[in-house]
Design a binder for this molecule. Sequence first.
Ligand code: CMP
Length: 150
Amino acid sequence: MANKAVETKELLRLLHKVDFFSKLKMGQLDALVRKVKKESFAKGKTVIKEGEMGDAFYMISSGQVSVWHNKSMFNKPIFLTNMEPGEFFGEMALVMDQPRSATVVAETRCDFFVLYKDDFRKILMENPEISVCIEEALARRMARSAKKRG
Ligand code: CMP
C-alpha cells in the first residue's frame, strides 16, 4: 500500500477513538481526515495561552494536558482540570469569537488532532449532535471557571 493510504488508515483508526468523532458517520469521517492536522507538543510546552486570539480546536490523541486560569486574586494561577486522550479543548474561542479563556499546558509529550476554525464551524453546522456535545461542554466549563474564580 502507498504511504499515503497507510497514513490515512492509521488516522481513521485514531480518530475513531476520539469521542467527538465517534458521532460521525464513516463518510463524514473520511471527509474530515482531509481537514485534520496532526500536531505534537513536548512536555511542558504551552499549547494555548489565555488572552491570545486562537483559530484552532484540539482533540487529544495521546498524552495529558492541564488547564489553568492565569491569575487569581493572589496572583497565582488557578488549576482548572487535567485532560486525557479522547477529550478536546479550544472550542470556546472559536464558538464565542473571543480570546482564549484559559492556558493549556502539555503535561507529557502530546499528540493532537487539530481542526481550524472554518472546518470546525462547518462540522458543527452539519452535525447537530456534535454541536450539542460542544455546547454542553462549553457551558459546564464556563460554570466551573466562574466557580473557581469566585
Ligand atoms: P478556549 O477558550 O478556546 O481556550 C482555552 C480552553 O481551555 C477553552 O477553550 C476550553 O476548551 C478549556 N477550558 C476553559 N475553561 C475550562 C474549564 N473550567 N474546564 C475545562 N476546560 C476549560
